[in-house]
Design a protein around this ligand. Structure first.
Ligand code: SF4
Length: 240
């Protein structure tokens, strides 16, 4: 069921630092996986594709092309977006001289990425695909988080994806394990986005001690790294 509070979400923002870009939080028909045990943002969806397009159009019309780069996220994967929204993204990019677009995608849709890249490449637009890996510790990831990535090889994931999101501040993590994940992410991916776990409606809770360890030891180490985004709050990009 659609969460009625999602209509209040901020859906357009500009990120001025590090990889500067405009960002839109679009709405799709819903994450197909929907099993990650820490996630309730997949509630931002609607089966009504016309309504999704109408909402997405109001956000995409705000895009100016200021930095020539757009990030289009949708609480799921690009495959959940309707055809009209995808066509409008192409049109906006052409009109606003945007040559790079970042999209998110779950591992289960990885085989659809090459064709999607080609579609945009024909228009002179390079895609950057981002995956929520959360951690490269595959046992923790799959038995605790139920993420649905059936490989323990960062190289195999990086064969499809350009950027990795990590989820940190969870029970069981340590400063050392989080640093290991960040370093693995930097070794295999162009960019790493660290999301600090926030309390939400799901049973997995943030661990305050782990977050304190992150803030003391890892935040100072990586905050000035241009390849690392750190979201201490999940609205730090100005959307959500
Ligand atoms: S794949 Fe993404 S949107 Fe879907 S349940 Fe997992 S974290 Fe949530």
């Amino acid at each position: 069921m659609e969460n009625i509070t999602t209509s209040d979400l901020a859906r357009y923002s500009i990120i001025h630092e590090k990889n500067p870009r405009e960002i839109v939080l679009l709405r799709g028909r819903g994450c197909v996986w929907r099993r990650c045990r820490f996630c309730d943002y997949h509630l931002d969806f609607s089966r009504d594709e016309k309504a999704n397009f109408a909402l997405n159009r109001t956000q995409l019309e705000q895009v100016t092309g200021l930095y020539g780069t757009l990030e289009a996220i949708n609480s799921g994967s690009f495959v959940d977006l309707d055809h009209d929204t995808l066509s409008l993204i192409e049109q906006v990019c052409q009109k606003r001289q945007i040559h790079q677009v970042h999209f998110e995608c779950h591992w289960m849709h990885r085989e659809e990425i090459p064709r999607f890249r080609q579609r945009f490449e024909q228009l002179g637009i390079t895609l950057k695909l981002k995956i929520g890996v959360e951690t490269f510790d595959s046992l923790f990831r799959e038995s605790y988080l139920d993420k649905g990535i059936d490989t323990d090889s960062p190289a195999e994931i990086a064969a499809y994806f350009d950027e990795a999101c990590l989820l940190q501040g969870l029970p069981g993590q340590t400063a050392e394990s989080m640093e290991r994940d960040i370093e693995t992410g930097l070794a295999y991916f162009e960019r790493v986005c660290i999301n600090i776990m926030q309390k939400n409606t799901k049973s997995i809770q943030p661990d305050p001690e782990v977050i304190t360890a992150f803030a003391a030891r890892l935040y100072p180490k990586y905050i000035h790294n241009n390849r690392v985004d750190i979201l201490m709050e999940n609205t730090d990009f100005g959307v959500g």
